[in-house]
Ligand binder design. Sequence first.
Ligand SMILES: C[S@@+](CC[C@H](N)C(=O)[O-])C[C@H]1O[C@@H](n2cnc3c(N)ncnc32)[C@H](O)[C@@H]1O
Length: 172
Amino acid sequence: MTIPKWIAAAVELLELQPDDHILEIGCGNGAAAVLVCERLAGGHLVALDRSEKQIRLARERLRPYLQAGKVSLRVTALESASLDDAKFDKIFAINVNCFWLRYEQPLAVVMRLLKPDGMFFVFYEHPAAAKMIEMAPVLRTNLVESSFTIRQEVTTGPVYCLVSSPQSEEGE
Ligand SMILES: C[S@@+](CC[C@H](N)C(=O)[O-])C[C@H]1O[C@@H](n2cnc3c(N)ncnc32)[C@H](O)[C@@H]1O
């Protein structure tokens, strides 16, 4: 199965380390998850999606990595994910829209699941420039209001990426 080039570009931006513990929100059919698993050695990926159908497709695609214990798949909405209070080095979402409207609960869950020095990556396939100018400030504001600090904003080819992390106690 081919993986869209822009998904590969997004995964590159994660700068994965072999022992990272990663959460993917809205993994769909598992295209990015395959690339993440290829890069992990001692680390682990949890990939969740609220759609049973998408998780079924991801299960097929990720079979060797599931058998190797490198990835776990969960059918759940982010908003109700408990994940046994796991903590992640990096959390990412590609083309998932729950961080725009009614963002409070989804971002509170991300904050709870992220290590204090962890990073949260939100990716979108780059829409028309005018639309991005309109949308990006909303996303930044939602993150800041949810106690994240914006670390980086990258546009590379068709990929828009916003990287944030939990605010430190000093309130930087
Ligand atoms: C546009 S698709 C993107 C799929 C995949 N990330 C990709 O880029 O190919 C959005 C996916 O996010 C899932 N999704 C949307 N909101 C979600 C939420 N709040 N919790 C869990 N999954 C969600 C949908 O079920 C869908 O599979």
